[in-house]
Design a protein around this ligand. Structure first.
Ligand code: SAH
Length: 259
């Protein structure tokens, strides 16, 4: 540990495949004194840390917070004040449902230098590698990323009434546990039951599973595959592009690799 003024890098690790991290993020991992990492970050990436780096598992499984958000803020601040180069490593992009904004605010409020290194968010990475374009000429001119979870049991602030019509493709994060009520909301607000849906579990990882169906039968699909976290729900006509691509045979390679 060094004595000079420290810094915190809030870093996105990408959607799962360790090769889908940015060059900048990899550089930050390699030079960190301390890495505080989340559950979604693959062990392969931590192998690039310096041998003497301190690795802190902030591991937040759903409903089982290993470290509270406040404890994470305190740890980031403490390590930085000790003069360390600190990496806060998160799955996907740190500012997309990653609470990176709260961490940046906590650091800024204490006058601690920080940097944000963007990452490929899972909606972008998992959909593209599954052959689902989020926009597609003539089919989808917009997409929205949406949380499917509620804040501590409250209704989420999500306007399903507007989203049912306001964005062509919907990508729903953290929605697996509430799939039935999300489907009901969309149907209630006039989204046709025939709208194509894809479920992507552990996208871009070697254990990735993808199924496609419709809004009407998505719940059955999820049950039959025993869908689990982390998973994304993609709703919209562009899901058909994946189905079309698969009609052409095996052109879409799965490119999981080692960073
Ligand atoms: N910051 C992350 C999102 C964190 S919220 C990002 O930018 O991707 C956690 C949710 O992200 C999960 O519940 C799941 O909906 C989604 N997610 C993250 N990684 C995923 C993956 N590899 N495959 C499918 N969904 C994923």
């Amino acid at each position: 540990m060094r004595a000079a003024a420290g810094i915190v890098h809030i870093v996105g690790a990408g959607p799962g495949d360790p090769e889908l991290i940015t060059v900048k993020a990899m550089r930050r991992i390699r030079s960190a004194d301390v890495i505080l990492y989340d559950r979604l970050v693959g062990a392969e990436l931590l192998a690039y840390a310096r041998p003497e780096a301190v690795l802190v598992d902030c591991g937040k499984a759903p409903g089982r917070h290993a470290m509270t958000q406040e404890a994470i803020h305190d740890a980031l601040i403490r390590y930085a004040l000790e003069g360390n180069t600190v990496v806060r490593l998160k799955g996907g992009d740190p500012f997309v449902f990653g609470r990176g904004g709260e961490e940046a605010l906590a650091l800024a409020a204490r006058g601690i230098p920080y940097e944000v290194v963007p990452g490929i968010t899972s909606a972008i990475g998992a959909a593209a590698s599954a052959g689902i374009p989020l926009t597609h000429r003539g089919v989808a001119a917009s997409f929205a990323v949406v949380t499917g979870s509620r804040r501590h049991g409250e209704e989420a602030d999500v306007r399903w009434d507007l989203l049912a019509h306001g964005a062509d493709t919907l990508v729903i994060y953290m929605g697996v546990g509430r799939l039935g009520s999300i489907r009901d909301e969309l149907l209630k607000h006039g989204k046709p039951g025939s709208t194509p849906v894809a479920l992507i579990e552990r996208g871009t990882s070697p254990s990735e599973r993808i199924v496609t169906g419709t809004l009407a039968n998505v719940q059955k699909l999820a049950e039959s595959m025993k869908l689990d976290n982390p998973a994304l729900i993609v709703v919209g006509e562009t899901v058909r592009v994946r189905e079309l691509l698969s009609l052409y045979g095996s052109g879409l390679a799965s490119g999981y690799g080692q960073a």
